[in-house]
Design a protein around this ligand. Structure first.
Ligand code: ZN
Ligand code: ZN
Length: 302
């Protein structure tokens, strides 16, 4: 099996280190043959989006992070929309410069936000990117109150996550589902509700032939004690037990936020996790192009 990775960030999102080229070189050094640069997607009229989020603010922390994002117009979660072309151009440069050493693709890790589905569709139709992956961190608004990785996730939150993900996958915009078990950071106990939600997500992905990602980002956070069991925040052992039973295709994602995240130790750790859970690991997947029904052929970014 080839070593590949389709989940790579750069300094541009505001919480990672390394330029496009730094990441490419690090990937080449560890023998990765195919690489997708896949930043948190920059969003047009982001300030308008944030402004509309005001009503969903439930905590001081959320309000402060919203103000911060509003002032910066993106960072620290994603690059400002005005940097989109420069970023894609930097990847094109790398594609040319390193074409004999590595195959490079353009992608974005995108939120399942309905208000942006037309925008995503236009990126794919215009071939600005090769693929999108669904990294669903937020319900409706990119603010902390709506964050699916927050502490003290409620039952309502995990069902909402599941509904959001199912709806997003149905659009055909997303070629794989990144860290599908992200919600386990703040829910922890694997009760009947999580079992139901996990089963639904795995079966939806399976029915649509969309791979699930075992994500190194959660592994880098290390094991933690949950009721006497040592578990990663994600990938969660119980979730992946279900994915193994459902028979999902599984792709490894370094979720690299620093050139040093590309290392053989992490690759082995992910592979070992997959073996332990009898997962069907693949090294490539189809790039889906979306089928947004009412899409008008262009997206007004003003
Ligand atoms: Zn990130
Ligand atoms: Zn993510």
């Amino acid at each position: 099996m080839k070593k590949t990775n389709f989940h790579t960030h750069t300094y541009r999102c505001g919480h990672a280190n390394g330029s496009e080229e730094d990441m490419v070189c690090a990937a080449i050094n560890m023998g990765i043959e195919e690489l997708g640069i896949c930043e948190h997607i920059p969003l047009p009229h982001y300030r308008r989006h944030l402004f509309k989020s005001l009503g969903a603010v439930r905590s001081l922390r959320s309000l402060l992070s919203l103000i911060h994002a509003f002032i910066k117009n993106g960072p620290s979660m994603r690059m400002p929309y005005k940097d989109l072309e420069t970023h894609l151009e930097a990847i094109s440069e790398c594609q040319k410069k390193y074409q004999d050493q590595i195959k490079i693709y353009k992608g974005f890790e995108a939120e399942g936000l309905e208000e942006y589905f037309d925008y995503y569709q236009s990126l794919l139709y215009e071939h600005k990117v090769d693929y999108l992956i669904l990294g669903h961190h937020f319900h409706k608004h990119c603010i902390h109150s709506d964050y699916y990785g927050k502490d003290n996730m409620k039952k309502k939150d995990i069902y909402q996550y599941c509904n959001d993900v199912e709806k997003a996958l149905d659009t055909g915009l997303f070629s794989y589902l990144a860290h599908p078990d992200l919600f386990m950071i703040g829910y922890k106990e694997f009760d009947l509700d999580v079992r139901t939600v996990s089963q639904r997500i795995c079966e939806k992905a399976k029915a649509l032939h969309i791979p699930l990602e075992v994500n190194a980002g959660g592994m880098r956070r290390g094991l933690r004690n949950v009721n006497g069991e040592m578990l990663y925040p994600y990938p969660n052992a119980h979730f992946w037990q279900i994915a193994g039973e459902v028979g999902n295709d599984v792709i490894l994602g370094f979720d690299a936020h620093d050139p040093s995240d590309f290392n053989d130790g992490m690759y082995k750790q992910m592979m070992q996790f997959c073996e332990e859970h009898h997962l069907h690991v693949i090294d490539h997947f189809d790039f889906l192009q979306g089928h947004i029904e009412k899409f008008q052929g262009e997206y007004d970014i003003r």
